[in-house]
Design a protein around this ligand. Structure first.
Ligand code: NAD
Ligand code: TYD
Length: 353
């Protein structure tokens, strides 16, 4: 038997597949459309490994998904595939509705057909795990309690609205059709293989390139940062032991303002690769126009995941960030490889102002 991972060439999906194999997991079929964010170099260490079977395709392609589920006798679908960047969703929301909403719908329908035809004992063990985000809950005031699994959905960006819609579809496929689904809503991830459009790798890349470090608005927005391998461990735990129909928040209790994160990266780079003029990389920080509709604060209450499934994050932010900065410094070839023409065009438009 195998598991089907969608979006496995992206940041979290690739980390998940590598960690899954390191933890002794069964073979993986990896279905990925290879958008600008999909990068098979993330999985170079699995080249020729029979435990990884890559398929280039779209989660919304029902016939393809049906064939993969049957051919590989898939026992679980893990849906990481998505358009994932808020700024891109503001500039062009159509792809977000297409993949995150229509794509998830197509995947659910193919999963339902396959699951319906399974013998009852296999039906009971079968799972559809949907990887989602804390951004579906909207924004928090500075002193408000963290998001729990019962916080009302209030998405504010085209990205979070499309993820919220996909979460609702997943929920409905359980309540209406009995599909054994599991949903995780995670806070901001950081770590190796993250596309350098997201804050942490973007700042590392721009700092080393001698470019301005763009901080939106006043830089006092708060995000709750979690190391990607802690997120992957939580997903393995939910897949193994979560009760179908359940929702689990995943977060690291690492609330930081964006400015604190950017300053911490600058300090790490100052120590690891000092600028030739002796000045701090922090001199490159620039406050730029704010993101429209920018959510002020996210914070996750992961008590349910701790209590029910015994999950604890293993990385604290300080050592996790140090390890992450070191990884990007050691993998400048990876960064060069992903900073393709498409990415440069996007970045030029985004930061022209
Ligand atoms: P990413 O943008 O790095 O990767 C997305 C992957 O999905 C890429 O490999 C891309 O090629 C693939 N993909 C896109 N559209 C597809 C389609 N129609 N069919 C098949 N493949 C497609 O994203 P990520 O940061 O790895 O996020 C993975 C998942 O985790 C997403 O669902 C995202 O919403 C969720 N999430 C991300 C974070 C975070 O901080 N990055 C936090 C919480 C939840
Ligand atoms: P990002 O990594 O895009 O994740 P998300 O929007 O999903 O939280 O951004 C993290 C935070 O950093 C967010 O508050 C926006 C801010 N940010 C900047 O200040 N400058 C930037 O260039 C980017 C990409 C993000």
């Amino acid at each position: 038997m195998t598991i089907l991972v969608t979006g496995g060439a992206g940041f979290i999906g690739a980390n998940f597949i590598l960690d899954w194999h390191a933890a002794g997991g069964e073979p993986v079929v990896n279905l990925d459309k290879l958008t600008y964010a999909g990068n098979l170099a993330n999985l170079a260490s699995l080249e020729g490994d029979p435990r990884h079977h890559f398929v280039h395709g779209d989660i919304g392609d029902g016939a393809l998904v049906a064939r993969l589920l049957a051919e590989h006798r898939v026992r679980a679908v893990l849906n990481f595939a998505a358009e994932s960047h808020v700024d891109r969703s503001i500039a062009g929301p159509a792809a977000f509705v297409q993949t995150n909403v229509a794509g998830t719908f197509g995947l659910l329908e193919a999963a339902r057909d396959y699951w319906n035809a399974l013998p009852p004992d296999e039906q009971g063990a079968w799972r559809f795990l949907h990887v989602s985000t804390d951004e579906v809950y909207g924004t928090l005031a500075a002193d408000a309690p963290a998001f729990t699994e019962t916080t009302a959905y209030a998405p504010n960006s085209p990205y979070s609205a499309s993820k919220a819609a996909s979460d609702h579809l997943v929920r409905a496929w359980h309540h209406t059709y009995g599909l054994p689904v599991l949903t995780t809503n995670c806070s901001n991830n950081y770590g190796r293989f993250q596309f350098p459009e997201k804050l942490i790798p973007l700042v590392i890349h721009k700092a080393l390139a001698g470019e301005a470090l763009p901080v939106y608005g006043d830089g006092r927005q708060v995000r709750d940062w979690l190391h990607v391998s802690d997120h992957c461990a939580a997903i393995r735990r939910v897949l193994a032991s979560g009760t179908p129909g359940g929702v689990w928040n995943v977060g690291g209790l690492n609330q930081k303002t964006n400015l604190e994160v950017v300053q911490a990266i600058c300090a790490l780079l100052d120590a690891a690769r000092p600028r030739s003029d002796g000045a701090s990389y922090a001199a490159q920080i620039r406050f730029v126009a704010d993101r429209p509709g920018h959510d002020r604060r996210y914070a996750i209450d992961a008590a349910k995941l701790r209590r029910e499934l015994g999950w604890e994050p293993r990385h604290d932010f300080e050592s996790g960030l140090r390890q992450t900065v070191a990884w990007y410094l050691e993998h400048e070839d990876w960064v060069r490889n992903v900073t393709s023409g498409a990415y440069r065009d996007w970045a030029a438009r985004q930061y022209a102002a």
